[in-house]
Design a protein around this ligand. Structure first.
Ligand code: FAD
Length: 627
């Protein structure tokens, strides 16, 4: 018998779970110089995509770029694993444009594992974590399944859908963290003993199909964009592997009839599943019931990789019984002879009320314990990665004895995400949308580095190479802006003749190039093609900034003014564990809400629904009296 007590190791930061949150948390802490341990069930599943093999999309792509701007791994891994890239909303304004990459699942895992294995200050260890060691409201270590104890200054928990996970296929169910993986039951039981609010959520995934059994000639082909978009600010086109197409098909009336006939054996519709599912990523049975007037739903047929025949039919997530799944799949155009390689399923799991977290993602009541990812009620790799990075950075800051850090709502989608969660909580799996951000013109994908890289450098998250590249870019932008401002065009000059072919109204007086670029019909590239004005910047990222910053300058300044006004009381702190009954004049409803939410700051209090401006004034008066 081995004596595990002899093996004792201390780490500054221990991260539990090697999914998307855990990866970014461990890398962030290690980049900041903390001796970090990533403890995970299975080294082979580091960076595993539990569901759709794709990174990015609207709102989510913004998070990926922000993670990248702070030195994280997700964008780089997506660049090395992406097999079909697109810019969504490319014809719309820059605020809502978003990058999406279909990924080769194996290449993505390999890229993440390589980044993790080569990160200084980071050790990996394969074991389930069964217990946390908590002493006087402070976490001091963890215990693994085989009884090994690791002590730690801080612990970041990123265990995804694994806590008390139950997998459902029809009326059959069994325990699991996701298909093929064990649940984390011992840890779930232990966490339920802590003073944190816990509930159940559910999510689902579609059956996978063997490409050899699909009739692709019946489907509509969807190639990626050319040139292929690049995710990382440090990335380049040559990082991408071979590019291939996705396809589109649709469900039919027949499909919907099959689904309706199977509902009596659906775990969702027969009441077996109690957890709430993702509203914006519903199962096909949900879509058929909720949108009964629609006789067809779109399905994206997405390859799972370059070297596998498995295909992910995006849009038919289901937990119907397997016999119904086979029938419904085969009722879809092109899938008539389809062979299912893996059944679709739903999973129910524990999540913790994120209102019990500080903005740093540290739990309010157990010091040194941070939560990130699906455990906080979110869904999606990008949402998980973003939280992981913030939690890992704060775990490292606490080790250094420094103040915590979190981006504000006007600085990053990460800030919106964490503020929404920790202020308002969530009753359904939370996913990011651009509509959640009030300052979305400022929070664009293209300027994520301008918003965050400097802060990342200060925190120790950004390495020398990224910092040098960033500085080169902003210097290039500043110099070029200065050049455009001081380059004048006069009506009868040769340059004016060329420019007049680009503009709606010919030049009638002297103008500088910056002013010309403000005209909606004019692009930077077109102006730079005029011999007297060009060739301009060769750095595409910098050129894009020049164009966006010039064209949207008026709107951007207005949003910045609004933010400055809002910020006055944003960071004024409120006490925790406080009974708001003691403040005179607050209504019972306001008292109940504030007591329930225990907001950390006045800014957060103002965002709770039902907290009126008058109530905020009373809080401010009270704080002033307290001195
Ligand atoms: P995970 O990626 O789940 O990683 C958790 C990690 O923790 C795993 O490596 C696990 O092995 C490890 N772990 C767990 N417990 C322990 C323990 N006790 N000790 C050690 N290690 C442990 N997202 C979408 O955006 N859209 C969808 O449609 C969608 N559908 C989904 C369907 C299914 C069936 C599942 C399972 C997930 C789905 N997701 C979907 C969610 C997406 O997979 C997650 O949001 C994302 O993976 C969360 O990342 P995470 O890092 O929090 O957790």
């Amino acid at each position: 018998m081995s004596d595990n007590s002899k093996y004792h190791q201390h780490y500054d930061v221990i991260v539990i779970g090697g999914g998307h949150a855990g990866t970014e948390a461990a890398l962030a802490a290690a980049r900041m110089g903390s001796q970090t341990l990533l403890l995970t069930h299975n080294m082979e599943t580091l960076g595993q995509m539990s569901c759709n093999p794709a990174i990015g999309g609207i709102g989510k792509g913004h998070l990926v770029k922000e993670i990248d701007a702070l030195g994280g791994a997700m964008a780089t891994a997506a660049d090395h694993a992406g097999i079909q890239f697109r810019t969504l909303n490319s014809s719309k304004g820059p605020a809502v444009r978003a990058t999406r990459a279909q990924a080769d699942r194996q290449l993505y895992r390999a890229a993440i594992r390589s980044i993790l294995e080569n990160q200084p200050n980071l050790s990996l260890f394969q074991q389930a974590c069964d217990d946390l060691i908590v002493e006087q409201d402070r976490v001091v270590g963890v215990v693994t399944q085989m009884g090994l104890k690791f002590s730690a200054t801080t612990v970041v928990l990123t265990v995804g859908t694994f806590l008390g996970g139950v997998i459902h296929i029809g009326l059959d169910n069994y325990q699991g963290g996701r298909a093929g993986d064990p649940p984390a039951n011992a840890l779930s039981k232990r966490l339920r003993e802590l003073p944190l609010r816990v509930d159940r959520l559910k999510t689902g995934t579609p059956p996978r199909i063997d490409a050899k059994t699909i009739d692709f000639s019946a489907l509509q082909e969807q190639p990626g964009d050319q040139p292929t978009p690049i995710f990382s600010f440090m990335g380049k086109q040559s990082d991408h592997p071979q590019q291939i197409s996705c396809y589109i098909t649709h469900t039919s009336e027949k499909t919907h009839k099959i689904i309706r006939s199977g509902l009596d054996r659906s775990p969702m519709y027969s009441g077996v599943i109690e957890g709430v599912g993702p509203r914006y990523c519903p199962s096909i049975e949900d879509k058929v019931m909720r949108f009964a007037d629609k006789n067809s739903h779109q399905i994206f047929v997405e390859p799972e990789g370059l070297t596998t025949q498995e295909v992910y039919p995006n849009g038919i997530s289901t937990s119907l019984p397997f016999d119904v799944q086979v029938e419904l799949v085969r009722s879809i155009k092109g899938f008539e002879n389809a062979h299912i390689t893996r059944p679709g399923y739903a999973i129910e799991y524990d999540y913790f009320d994120p209102r019990d977290l500080k903005q740093t993602l540290e739990t309010k009541y157990i010091q040194g314990l941070f939560f990130a990812g699906q455990i906080n009620g979110t869904t999606g790799y990008e949402e998980a990665g973003a939280q992981g990075l913030v939690a890992g950075a704060n775990a490292a800051l606490q080790v250094q004895g420094k103040e915590g850090w979190a981006p504000r709502r006007d600085q990053a989608y990460m800030g919106v995400l964490i503020d929404d969660l920790s202020t308002l909580g969530t009753k359904e799996p939370y996913r990011m949308f651009t509509s959640r951000a009030e300052y979305r013109l400022l929070l664009r994908e293209d300027n994520a580095d301008m918003r965050l890289t400097e802060q990342g450098r200060e925190l120790g998250l950004v390495d020398d190479a990224r910092w040098a590249r960033f500085n080169e870019k902003i210097e290039g932008i500043a110099q070029e802006q200065q050049r455009l401002r001081s380059t004048w065009i006069y009506p009868h000059h040769a340059a004016a003749e060329a420019v007049n072919t680009l503009v709606k109204t010919p030049i009638a007086r002297e103008v500088n190039v910056e002013e010309l670029l403000r005209r909606p019909e004019v692009t930077y590239d077109a102006l730079m093609s005029v011999p007297e004005l060009g060739p301009g910047l060769t750095d595409q990222q910098a050129a894009e900034q020049i164009e966006i910053q010039t064209k949207y300058a008026g709107y951007i300044v207005r949003q910045q003014d609004e933010i400055a006004k809002q910020l006055r009381h944003e960071n004024t702190r409120l006490p925790l564990n406080f009974d708001y009954k003691s403040i005179k004049g607050l209504s019972n409803e306001v008292i109940a809400k504030l007591n329930e939410h225990q907001p950390e700051t006045v800014g957060k209090a103002a965002r709770i629904s039902g907290i009126t401006p008058a109530a905020i004034s009373m809080l401010l008066v009270h704080l002033k009296k307290q001195g």
